[in-house]
Design a protein around this ligand. Structure first.
Ligand SMILES: N[C@@H](CCC(=O)N[C@@H](CS)C(=O)NCC(=O)O)C(=O)O
Length: 262
């Protein structure tokens, strides 16, 4: 299938989009990326998936359109089974799907906690969110960053009590990850190879561990807020963090998809 027939609509900085890109890359499927502008994105996502929530990622794969990262995972598995990312039907597959659901939910808390600190720490949200956009979208993004900050707060409920609640849920997610791995960073969540469960946990936790190969590697010109730097440090000393770094290093082979103009 020509690349132009498989397009991922996304925000480069979204960890759910990172999960979708990783699924496509792990299956070795070529695709084109279309970066949407936060705010205006819903005009596109709602047109593509009228019944969806309007979120990204959205994958258009030939004549199939999917508006959720889990649906994308299931579609890719059904349609391109030759590089399996799920065990065959049975208890292991059920477990992989249950873990996928669980870490998808943890992703909501990672996002709230991370944005809470990014916003509170006065980081340059525009530079952070739009660095991968081509000009002039990049310039426009930096210009409208204050509006985006207000919208993010409201949409993701980024208020102190909720940020604290999310911190606890995120830490519970790290504890569960370690329990599932039996504290052994060389294991996989289900069976003895990479599955959708690993891809989901690793991509949705990547904003806090910031491994190389993720959309959030350490950058001297954009140091993270103190609380985020501290958690990343603590994480690297734990089996969960070591697992994240290993899985990224060993399995995150990023393709260089073409960028489609918006
Ligand atoms: N459950 C969805 C969550 C996706 C999601 O939350 N996407 C965010 C970006 S990280 C988004 O599109 N936010 C803007 C919106 O909802 O309109 C999935 O797995 O795809």
């Amino acid at each position: 299938m020509p690349t132009t027939e498989r397009t991922l609509y996304q925000f480069p900085v979204s960890h759910y989009c990172e999960k979708a890109r990783w699924l496509l890359d792990a299956k070795g499927l070529p695709y084109t990326l279309q970066n949407l502008m936060p705010g205006a994105h819903r005009r596109v996502t709602k047109r593509l998936v009228a019944t969806g929530r309007g979120s990204v990622p959205v994958l258009v794969d030939g004549d199939v359109t999917l508006g959720d990262s889990t649906e994308i995972a299931l579609h890719l598995e059904r349609t391109y089974p030759s590089t399996p990312l799920l065990p065959p039907p049975g208890p292991e597959r059920d477990r992989a799907l249950e873990l996928e659901d669980y870490f998808d939910e943890v992703g909501v808390h990672v996002r709230r906690w991370a944005y809470g600190h990014i916003i509170q720490g006065g980081a340059n949200l525009g530079a952070l969110m739009f660095r991968e956009y081509p000009a002039p979208q990049r310039w426009l993004g930096r210009l409208i960053a204050p509006l985006i900050k207000t919208a993010l707060r409201r949409q993701y409920r980024i208020y102190a009590p909720q940020v604290e609640e999310s911190r606890l849920k995120m830490l519970a997610g790290l504890d569960r990850l370690e329990r599932e791995l039996q504290n052994d960073p060389s294991r996989y969540l289900v069976g003895s190879s990479l599955t959708v469960a690993d891809i989901t946990a690793a991509s949705l936790l990547s904003p806090i561990a910031r491994p190389e190969g993720s959309p959030y590697p350490s950058r001297a010109d954009m140091p993270p807020p103190k609380a985020m730097a501290q958690l990343a440090e603590e994480l690297r000393a734990r089996p969960a963090g070591q697992w994240l770094l290993r899985v990224y290093q060993q399995h995150r082979h990023r393709a260089q998809p073409q960028l489609q103009a918006a």
